[in-house]
Design a protein around this ligand. Structure first.
Ligand SMILES: [Zn+2]
Length: 122
């Protein structure tokens, strides 16, 4: 049908007490808590905070020159990535994008300070 308007399904995926809705069409991620919207930095720390920083990566096609790769510490934590479409840069903050390839979480930002604050303990 040519006149069907496709509406995105922004169904949230719950990971612990945080939910994310990731949309490859809109290229964005929204974060929720049980009480409503939650700051993306706080939410990402809850979901990906245990990931280990591997280091900077040459990521062609990334929306920012700086890309950092993070590795999940366990298989069950790796499954958190499945809530996001693969190989798609999604905007999650004013100057922050994330992506993954099924194994590694990739973060791109134009602001170095964000990297230092987003994921602790790396
Ligand atoms: Zn959408």
């Amino acid at each position: 049908m040519s006149n069907v308007i496709e509406i995105c399904d922004h169904e949230p995926t719950w990971i612990g007490h945080v939910a994310l809705s990731a949309c490859g069409r809109c290229r964005r991620v929204d974060w929720l808590s049980q009480t409503g919207p939650i700051d993306h930095a706080e939410a990402m720390a809850a979901v990906f905070g245990s990931y280990d920083l591997i280091g900077p990566l040459d990521a062609l096609g990334a929306p920012a020159p700086r890309v950092l790769a993070y590795s999940p510490p366990t298989k069950s934590k790796r499954r958190h990535l499945d809530a996001l479409p693969r190989h798609t840069w999604l905007k999650t903050g004013p100057q922050l994008w994330l992506s993954h390839d099924g194994e590694l979480l990739l973060l791109a930002t134009t602001r170095q300070l964000l990297f230092d604050n987003i994921i602790r303990g790396a």
